[in-house]
Design a protein around this ligand. Structure first.
Ligand code: GLU
Length: 433
């Protein structure tokens, strides 16, 4: 039997992290089995559907590298198909018409279906109300459209969030009524946030788009989502997409809710950033900075690559470049009040910075080694401790008390900017007694 799966989002909101994982599990399962992954847009509720959300779903799936083999198919374009199947049930007396709606009466019985993760699930339908198949406005309900489509699209495995588990017995009854073969079901557990409740907006980002904007790499994000509730074995944490496909095993997905661990995601993202070739990372950062108006399109790629090389191991997310390393792109940099108070407003600091400025100005070659040698020579001659000069100089040049190695930073910034910043800090910010 060839594997055919579908991801069936409703365009009523941005693509949620939980839905993204459902999409990913479907996609990994399809790719692993050389099957087909279908994208179906469940947009029968025209009032709640919004083209902007549809664009977000496409963009987010594209970002994650999840590409559809078939589709997108739109339920809104398949109305005659649902009407025809409703008519079939009406004609055979299995459904009835009531106030313009098509209803299906469920008789009390036990319904059993096979769930790939949980085994057989049996439900007693005694308390079920009758099902609406078609609403009075002529549109199908979720359960009905879903069954008709899954059957006509020859879906072999329905993999979806376990928030739908209560719908499945109703759908099984509809398959039987329509004389259609059942797919295999796999209900995957929800993702929960720090408070162990369903991942919600109250705890940070919930949409893929938000993670994309902050600068998570698609490979890292996919790696993280895939390992949320599933493990390839061998304690592996870094598993790139091609290997995920090779190793993915739906039956081994855990049955308990998956805890979304932001710190783990950050760590993993940092690992992927570390592994990137510098020129590629530099291009990604440049694109980001240009979009934010921080960098001009005519920037110097060589300088940006030097910056990238010194910050690479420090980045968790691409956004960190704006948050922590903005001093490379601002003149003068923004000075952190705390760093200024602690390291610049100290007796004699202004004079020291001006002296360093004079010594650095005299350098014929403004490179890391020469800058370091000059600075250390001044420390020795003036019988200072290195921190008495290096900490204030760091704040003067970067505006911050923590930065990548200072002499590298100075060499990248170049003599003119460094001299200017030392002077600025010495005369405008430091205590010059
Ligand atoms: N449109 C439904 C949802 O977004 C699809 C559920 C299913 O996969 O059957 O939850």
């Amino acid at each position: 039997m060839s594997v055919r799966v579908r991801f069936a989002p409703s365009p009523t909101g941005k693509l949620h992290v939980g839905s993204a994982r459902t999409a990913l599990f479907n996609w990994l399962f399809a790719k692993h089995h050389h099957g087909t992954f279908i994208l179906r847009i469940e947009d029968t509720d025209q009032k709640r559907s919004n083209p902007a959300f549809l664009d977000d779903i496409y963009a987010s799936l594209k970002f994650l590298g999840i590409n559809a083999d078939e589709g997108p198919l739109f339920q809104s374009q398949r109305m005659p198909i649902y009407q025809e199947h409703a008519k079939q049930l009406l004609d055979s007396g299995k459904a009835i018409q009531k106030e313009g709606a098509v209803m299906f009466q469920i008789s009390p019985r036990q319904v059993t279906f096979k769930d790939l993760l949980r085994g057989d699930i049996t439900t007693d339908t005694t308390l079920f109300e009758s099902l609406v198949l078609m609403k009075s406005d002529g549109t199908p309900t979720y359960n009905f459209a879903c069954v008709v489509d899954d059957a006509l699209m020859h879906i072999s495995h329905v993999i979806r969030g376990d928030d739908h588990i209560a719908n499945t017995p109703k759908q099984v009854i509809l398959y039987e009524a329509l004389g259609l073969p059942l797919p295999v079901f796999a209900h995957i557990p929800l993702i929960v946030g720090a408070d162990r409740a369903r991942l919600s907006k109250r705890f940070g980002a919930t949409s893929v788009d938000e993670y994309r904007r902050v600068g998570y790499l698609p490979e890292a994000f996919v790696n993280y989502l895939a390992l949320l509730g599933w493990a390839p074995g061998g304690n592996r944490e870094l598993v790139p997409p091609e290997e995920l496909i090779e190793l993915f095993d739906l039956a081994k997905v855990r049955k308990t809710a998956a805890y979304f661990d932001q710190k783990k995601l950050d760590w993993l993202n940092g690992q992927y950033i570390k592994q990137m070739p510098v020129p590629k990372l530099a291009r990604m950062l440049a694109e980001r900075l240009i979009n934010k108006g921080i960098l001009q399109p005519g920037y110097d790629p060589a300088t940006l690559e030097r910056i990238t090389a010194v910050i690479q191991d420090r980045l968790r997310v691409l956004e960190d470049i704006e948050e922590e390393h903005i001093f490379f792109f601002q003149d003068p940099p923004q000075y952190q009040d705390e760093a200024v108070a602690k390291f610049l407003r100290q007796d004699g600091v202004g004079k020291r910075l001006l002296e360093l400025r004079t010594r650095l100005e005299a350098l014929p070659q403004f490179d890391t080694a020469a800058i370091e040698q000059t600075t250390r020579a001044m420390v020795a001659e003036q019988q200072l401790q290195s921190k008495d000069l290096i900490h204030p100089a760091r704040v003067a040049v970067t505006g911050r008390s923590v930065s990548p190695p200072l002499f590298d930073v100075m060499a990248i910034l170049g003599k003119t900017k460094v001299l200017h910043r030392l002077e600025y800090a010495a005369t405008k910010l430091a205590d010059t007694q």
